[in-house]
Ligand binder design. Structure first.
Ligand code: UD1
Ligand code: MG
Length: 454
């Protein structure tokens, strides 16, 4: 008989070892809450129901998770242990399902591993692994090779603490047995908690079928209890993401120095230099080159575009063959056409640049429309904010904005118009005109320089 799959994720623990006000399952790994990782993987199994046990941080957790996910949130009033957490789920369970119990703080488990566990016939299947340092984990105790019990670190004898095979916390249970078994768990242990791991002893006593499956790579099932473990896991996840990109042909100069906190989609011949951070959804078309120390968030870079070192790009759409940076900042709503050049210390916000337009040094362009081929000189800025309202600046095709000019919005500079350096422009400039707004230069001939006082 094929039983439907039902999932329980335990996420009601206090997470006290993190020493953080934020619930542990909302701590982020690869930019996403721990719980999100497991939920996404679990969806691959197409389960009938997903129950997530939450506790004191319930509302924060339910709000922190993608609302589109169909979850049955189950409340555990007090974190009295993983066994007590499952007790809360019992009234919600289906009669004849295969129940998979997962821990909210072990986010890297793969769906293939879950499937392996679910396809076992035993009433209870425990997922184990072998680690070099088992400190903190429940130890797998075997008699004649057969799994006899799981002993938590605090309850373990000296010799049991030497066991390297550990409980991953993941198990599959025949749902018909769950109620009976979890209600038999007591808090008779050092922690004074109801430990789900006691279920092994209970099932064995009843001569139920108990088995185990081992996962080869422990990093897949490691739990996060401290920030130190979270940091190690981040590297595991990042290495995995980097490997996948390299397999698809992306040239990553050093896969240990990259952080992808979301999805990075890259075309052919893309190269990524060191220490770059990618957040949200980033799309890099063919031949894009990203220099060292760049941060790219929710943006798209067109084919052949080069992002030079130390640039920050967020919510931007960049055309083909553009050059951005070094030290450039593109903020949300920056839309660059093809062949645009944005140089050092240039900030662009909510502005479009037509084909071939340039702002090569020290400029601020906000709420503006820059025509194709226009050139914005060093130190030029759009004064888009009067302290109360934002206004727009329009710069025509092939216009030339001299250095250190201030364009006080709302204002419009015509096609082919020129603004003389140092001008403060408050009136519109017609196509082809020159606007200069500065006092005329006075030269004093025969000027004697002041002498230093005695
Ligand atoms: C647990 C296992 C241990 C295993 C390890 C793997 C038990 C008793 N121990 O230990 O054998 O080696 O995971 O990482 O199961 N939770 C609740 N309600 C509670 C307590 C915890 O929902 O009352 C949740 C937590 O939010 C967490 C998960 O259960 O997501 C595991 O709890 P945690 O306290 O981290 O257990 P470990 O000590 O890591
Ligand atoms: Mg844990």
């Amino acid at each position: 008989m094929i039983r439907p799959i039902e999932i329980v994720i335990l996420a009601a623990g206090a997470g006290s070892r993190m020493r953080s006000g934020k619930p542990k399952v909302l701590q982020t790994l690869g930019g996403e809450p721990l719980l999100h990782h497991i939920l996404k993987t679990v969806h691959d199994l197409d389960p009938k129901k997903i129950h997530v046990v939450v506790g004191q941080h319930a509302s924060e957790i339910t709000q922190g998770i993608d609302q589109r996910m169909k979850i049955n949130w189950v409340m555990q009033e007090e974190p009295k242990g993983t066994g007590n957490a499952v007790v809360q789920v019992v009234p919600h369970l289906m009669q004849e399902s295969r129940l998979l119990v997962l821990l909210g703080d072990a986010p890297l488990i793969k769906s293939k591993t879950m499937q392996g566990l679910l396809s076992e016939k035993s009433d209870l299947v425990i997922l184990t692994t072998t680690v070099a340092d088992p400190t903190g984990y429940g130890r797998i105790v075997r008699e004649g090779g057969k799994l006899s019990e799981i002993v938590e670190e605090k309850d373990a004898s000296k010799s049991q603490r030497l066991i390297n095979e550990i409980n991953t916390g993941v198990m599959a249970i025949n749902s018909a047995k769950v109620q009976d078994w979890v209600n038999k768990i007591t808090d008779d242990n050092v922690q004074k908690e109801y430990l789900l791991t006691d279920i092994v002893k209970i099932a064995n006593k009843e001569k139920a079928s108990v088995s185990s499956i081992a996962v080869f790579d422990p990093s897949e099932v490691e739990g996060v209890n401290t920030f130190s473990q979270l940091a190690k896991m981040e590297r595991v996840l990042q290495k995995d993401k980097a490997e996948k990109l390299m397999e698809s042909g992306v040239h990553i100069l050093d896969p240990t120095r990259i952080d992808i906190r979301g999805t990075l989609i890259a075309g052919k011949e893309v190269s990524l230099d060191i220490n770059c951070v990618f957040e949200g959804k980033v799309v890099l078309d063919d031949n894009v080159k990203i220099g060292p120390n760049c941060v790219v968030v929710d943006s798209k870079l067109g084919a052949g575009t080069v992002l030079k070192p130390n640039s920050v790009v967020e919510g931007a759409e960049i055309g083909k063959n553009c050059s951005v940076g070094p030290f450039a900042r593109l903020r949300p709503g920056a839309l660059l056409g093809d062949d645009v050049s944005i140089g050092n210390f240039v900030e662009v916000k909510k502005s479009s640049f037509g084909i071939g337009a340039k702002a090569n040094h020290l400029a601020y362009v906000g709420d503006a429309e820059v025509g194709a081929g226009a050139n914005i000189g060093a130190g030029a800025i759009t004064c888009n904010y009067d302290g109360t309202n934002k206004s727009k600046t329009k710069i025509g095709k092939n216009a030339f904005i001299g250095s250190n000019s201030s364009l006080v919005a709302p204002v419009s500079i015509g096609d082919d118009a020129t603004v003389g350096a140092g001008s403060t422009i408050t009136k519109d400039v017609k196509d082809g005109d020159l606007a200069v707004e500065r006092s005329s230069q006075k030269n004093v001939s025969g000027w004697t320089k002041p002498k230093k006082r005695e």
